[in-house]
Design a binder for this molecule. Sequence first.
Ligand SMILES: Cc1ncc(COP(=O)(O)O)c(C=O)c1O
Length: 370
Amino acid sequence: MTEVPFVDLAAAHAEVERQVRAGFDRVMAKGAFVQGPDVAGFEREYAHFSGAAHCVGLGNGTDALELALRALFHERGAQERGGGDGPDVVLPANTFIATAEAVVRAGARPVLVDVDPDDLLIDQDLAAAATGPSTGAIIPVHLYGRLAHMDRLLRLGPPVLEDAAQSQGAVRDGQGLAGAIAATSFYPGKNLGAYGDAGAVITGSDELARTVRLMRDHGSERKYHHEIVGFNSRLDTLQAVVLRAKLRRLDGWNEQRRVAAARYAELLAGIPGLVPPSAAGGEHVWHLYVIRVPRRDEVAERLGEMGVRVGIHYPVPVHLQPAFRHLGHGPGDFPVAEAAAGQILSLPMFPQITEEQQQKVADALWKILG
Ligand SMILES: Cc1ncc(COP(=O)(O)O)c(C=O)c1O
């Protein structure tokens, strides 16, 4: 039985292998493993791709969120005091745990809000209601490859930090990233994935970019001179080589994902009980193709038995995670996120997925639910 993988990183590697190997050889010949022209080149190219003035390469996406928040607080003179007595940060309950972790790590207090039942992204009205004088930032999370509605968030006052880990290249109403700063992750399975951990912040602000640059390298712009207490979270040079090679293909790969999403929409139409992802949302980049089904765990198990690899993003919302027990929430606090967590199922999705593979996924779902 040939399985349908959830993602196929080897297929992506095959397309860039020649450039990546040549780039690795170049770096190794020089022995220049930290920073250097490939990091600067990638930052320039990704800033351009994002339509922003600055990209600062970092060690991973979680650090990117934390450093972006710290830079925002630094700018406002509200430097974290530690112990969680910093500003409040509004974020959705339906996200990967890193979004909430970064808030705590930056010394701030997560203020969770429920999500929109249609797209499962932050509910703007609830975010507005949760925003007040103690709010230091708002973090919409562009989950699954779709930009969250931002128009109202941008008018609320506090700076908006976009969690763009899953939305590389996405656009809504002709607009890409629109907040004060955005953080992204180049974890291997992302639309733009490295061969290990990597991340970046993107911003139009010279000041925020400078602060993040300082923070990623021990608070230093000049060797052995340290302006602030920083971190070591530089983008690895070999990862920059991979990212440069892949970035040239990203628009094409995102288009292939759109074609695959349209094909799923046709193949899955009419399956009893199956709710496909909502169609609205501009230029979605389909990092994940998330359907909702009844008896989700049973469906996932049967798909596995039939050779279809699936994922769940994410099975437990932030407020029900033991790590965030201290926020004092319980079941029922964010009903939309909680209901979704029990129904969502991510189907195999990657640029090189074939019609035959998608047909196999659809046939299996028809067999289980039809
Ligand atoms: C929505 C979201 N935020 C943050 C992150 C954290 O990124 P990283 O794994 O690179 O630390 C990820 C990816 O893992 C993510 O999907």
